[in-house]
Design a protein around this ligand. Structure first.
Ligand SMILES: NC(=O)c1ccc[n+]([C@@H]2O[C@H](COP(=O)([O-])OP(=O)(O)OC[C@H]3O[C@@H](n4cnc5c(N)ncnc54)[C@H](O)[C@@H]3O)[C@@H](O)[C@H]2O)c1
Ligand SMILES: NC(=O)c1ccc[n+]([C@@H]2O[C@H](COP(=O)([O-])OP(=O)(O)OC[C@H]3O[C@@H](n4cnc5c(N)ncnc54)[C@H](O)[C@@H]3O)[C@@H](O)[C@H]2O)c1
Lengths: 208, 208
């Protein structure tokens, strides 16, 4: 079983490889890739080692090939259809976030329950639908991942509706734990976790 | 040197302990805490082991004491003053995000460069200031952490201004790498990394 930390790092390696390619590099050593990603090079080799033999000992990795291999591992060569629920400030920002679409995630449906939002066209071009029509829209647009960006009080209800509509992968941004059956995968996101990381490092580096 | 993954998990343990306290639990075993946090119990004991002796062998941890100890480790007993730059959809959502303030992070200043936003009061009560006044505002309000929620094209310039104003800890949400000197700490956030994790698990669990 691949550790979650490895998956997260693979995604970080992939982004750095994209930037290296953009800057004109053809080859990168595990030491340099590790330094760019703020991990040690043994970790890079260990993470990649789960998936096979990459690169040339003593030389490094081909920047373009390794990206393709990692993208395949991350199953993001294909497009994933997202449905966003709760088109407030956060939902709206996410729909338009550049990296979303750049990495094969396409927001194909947007849902809300506010009368003044339903039926309006979002700046991205997406029509905001009534959450009551979730089931039909999921079927029609083949929504695979549900993203919850509603207030905490609405989150469990929205999760239940997504599950009823057979959306089994959920990304939850609301600050509450949602309960789902075993067939469903939930990733919870809270940016304040990254603030904690920053604060800890800052606190400890400041103390010396 | 404490691994970053440990810091992230400590923050997750802390949240689960808060929920346990809310549900009336006084003690939790490392097995149960591990299960709630989706890690194995050896990892929990290893992470906490970096910081000392906690809990009672064979019994578990005191839910309230362990929270206090972890919060102290995470240096979030005290308040950290944030300055948000770029009060668009994402910046606005972050200012009002419940968990921010619940964990000792207080947004004390908001900056933008759009004439129709400068001088306006944000719904949270915060006055949106001109980014040109960053230096004075940082000194006056003791801003410790800068949060960049501008478009990618503005991010490096904003980082330079924060550094000039002696803000040495930056949380960057824009989809671009910013360059900073050694004295500055940057955490980059891209929630598409979590989408990658979700997709990988989904892809691999679906294949069986
Ligand atoms: N994870 C993070 O780091 C993070 C950061 C910022 C905000 N948040 C959270 O994201 C959520 C959204 O924040 P926001 O600032 O965009 O809020 P918002 O109030 O601007 O938007 C919420 C939207 O959800 C809609 N909604 C409410 N109930 C609904 C329902 N039952 N079905 C469909 N739509 C519904 C509302 O009409 C509104 O459009 C909040 O829970 C907030 O705490 C999380
Ligand atoms: N990290 C993530 O997961 C994630 C998710 C969503 C959005 N984003 C990113 O966050 C950023 C903001 O997204 P948004 O949808 O809120 O955009 P937005 O256009 O709604 O807001 C951007 C704000 O920045 C202000 N601004 C521009 N240049 C500035 C400058 N030089 N100084 C001060 N303020 C300036 C604008 O006036 C505007 O208010 C984008 O870079 C987007 O790609 C990241």
């Amino acid at each position: 079983k691949i550790p979650k930390a490895t998956i997260t790092r693979l995604s970080i390696y992939d982004r750095q490889l994209e930037l290296l390619e953009f800057d004109g590099y053809r080859v990168v050593s595990s030491e340099k890739l590790a330094w760019l990603c703020q991990v040690n090079s043994a970790q890079v080799r260990k993470d990649l080692g789960y998936f096979g033999e990459f690169g040339i000992r003593g030389v490094g990795y081909d920047v373009i090939d390794l990206q393709a291999q990692i993208k395949e591992i991350l199953a993001i060569n294909r497009n994933w259809n997202l449905g966003m629920v709760g088109i407030g400030k956060l939902g709206s920002a996410l729909i338009q976030h550049h990296n979303f679409s750049a990495r094969g995630f396409k927001c194909v449906a947007a849902f809300d329950n506010a009368p003044d939002k339903i039926g309006k066209r979002h700046p991205s071009g997406l029509m905001i639908r009534n959450i009551d029509e979730l089931r039909e829209a999921v079927r029609e647009l083949d929504v695979e991942i549900g993203v919850i960006t509603t207030p905490a009080s609405a989150a469990q209800r929205v999760a239940d509706l997504l599950l009823e509509a057979h959306v089994n992968a959920i990304l939850n941004f609301s600050p509450t734990r949602i309960r789902v059956p075993e067939c469903c995968l939930v990733e919870h996101i809270d940016f304040t976790v990254m603030l904690d990381v920053l604060v800890y490092k800052f606190h400890h580096e400041a103390r010396g």
